[in-house]
Design a protein around this ligand. Structure first.
Ligand SMILES: [Zn+2]
Length: 426
């Protein structure tokens, strides 16, 4: 510990620097912590996730809240605009809809990358909150109306009915949505990836530039809040139908693609397929069931947008132009791998929702399909993207994926045909 005293920062504000508490040694850190028994069905037996830095003696995890946004919190504290001791006032923040608990929450190994109790900490950990533990939600749930131009056009053309409940007048889609921060149980994540916990901890420590020393010095801390993007779930229709085997359920698991999802870039099928997934969810909800869209912040197959744009250039400048038969090779040349999304962890959110069967799975990805079915969820029907929704320049991606094993009801092209599928020049 070192007392660095008081200092003046660049904007003239005085920031009182506190003692630095090294978390890599258990002396004070976590001395009054409640142990976490991951996979227990009773939340008070399982124990709370205490990840705030305000009470070092109560902390029982590695890392902290808000994923990558923890760095912005640090900037706010450093700039003197946020007190490091600020305690949130959670009045009226509780969920308008209840999710769970479900049997999957207490089945060891079923959920390893999020805290199933994350939305209900205010209820289930009340005795500990009353004792002053700073326990924060890692999941928040709210209601919303969403308006997307494509959906409004479908309503205008009469292809989606305005029922006044799920789809309100003018194309207002009623949803319940949940935001989820990642909470990793390290032994469970290692198990899911088929590696040792020690190898996982070492790689996480080294590849973050030594950002979290406790990964290697504190094997007693088994839960890690990684500094990565989270998940958003959009639910529509009768929420009780999500877990009702007698009612239909449509699901799309979508990985972020900012270029297409938000800006309408035509090199891939992401936004058209997302919209098609939402339409399937609306139809299923209007048939008495429910629809679920899961949106993961895994930009560019979790390679990040810088890598993605470099790959775009490499694809379009290669000899012979952007071709379906060289689609994955270009990604691998730049990134070293074709994909870093690790779909093995993806089904956790479906198990948090209590899903056991999906009637319509709006995805062609064999990796997503295999991960979901291997986790014990039945998939009845797989729904590919309709041909007319595929932008011309996205043919390269679509045919390459089908040739690599993505599901299609029409089959994949031959190698010779694949070489003929060309995209636009840069
Ligand atoms: Zn895309």
């Amino acid at each position: 510990m070192a007392d660095l005293g008081t200092d003046t920062n660049g904007n003239g504000k005085t920031a009182k620097r506190r003692h630095i508490v090294l978390t890599s040694h258990p002396s004070r850190f976590g001395s009054e912590a409640v142990p976490i028994r991951w996979g227990e069905a009773d939340p008070m037996v399982r124990g709370p996730v205490v990840a705030t830095v305000s009470d070092p003696q109560h902390r029982n995890v590695i890392g902290t809240h808000s994923g990558s946004y923890a760095v912005y919190r640090a900037l706010a504290v450093a700039s003197g605009v946020l007190s490091p001791d600020h305690r949130p006032d959670f009045t009226n923040t509780d969920p308008p809809a209840t999710i769970g608990p479900y049997p999957s929450w207490g089945t060891p190994g079923k959920i390893v990358s999020l805290d199933p109790f994350g939305a209900m900490v205010g209820d289930v950990f009340q005795p500990l909150l009353a004792k002053g533990f700073d326990i924060r939600p890692t999941i928040a749930i709210t209601n919303a109306h969403i308006q997307m131009p494509e959906l409004m056009e479908e309503v205008r053309q009469g292809r989606i009915a305005e029922d006044g409940v799920i789809m309100k007048a003018g194309g207002n889609l009623v949803v319940t949505k949940a935001a989820i921060e990642p909470v990793w149980y390290l032994p469970g994540v290692a198990d899911r990836l088929g590696i040792t916990e020690e190898d996982l901890r070492h790689a996480l420590f080294e590849q973050t530039g030594g950002m979290f020393p406790e990964l290697v010095t504190r094997p007693d801390l088994q839960v890690f809040l990684p500094p990565i993007g989270g998940i958003t779930v959009y639910m529509m229709g009768d929420l009780s139908a999500i877990t009702d085997p007698d009612k239909p359920l449509a699901v799309r698991v979508h990985d972020e693609c900012n270029g297409s999802d938000v800006f309408g870039s035509d090199i891939c099928t992401c936004r058209p397929y997302l919209v098609h997934g939402i339409e399937a969810c609306i139809q299923t909800a209007q048939a008495g069931g429910a629809g679920v869209i899961v949106y993961f912040r895994k930009e560019g197959r979790a390679l990040g947008e810088v890598t993605k744009f470099l790959v775009y250039n490499a694809r379009k400048r290669q000899t012979g132009g952007d071709r379906a038969d060289a689609y994955f090779t270009r990604t691998e040349c730049v990134a070293g791998v074709q994909d870093m999304r690790f779909q093995e962890l993806m089904p956790d959110v479906l198990h948090w929702l209590g899903i056991t069967r999906i009637d319509r799975f709006i995805s062609m990805s064999d990796m997503k399909y295999n991960a979901v079915t291997r986790s014990g969820i039945e998939i009845v029907e797989r729904v590919p993207i309709p041909d007319e929704l595929i932008p011309a320049d996205a043919r390269v991606e679509m045919e390459a994926k089908k040739a690599a094993g993505y599901y299609s009801d029409k089959g994949a092209l031959s190698p010779a045909e694949l070489a003929q599928i060309q995209g636009r020049e840069l």
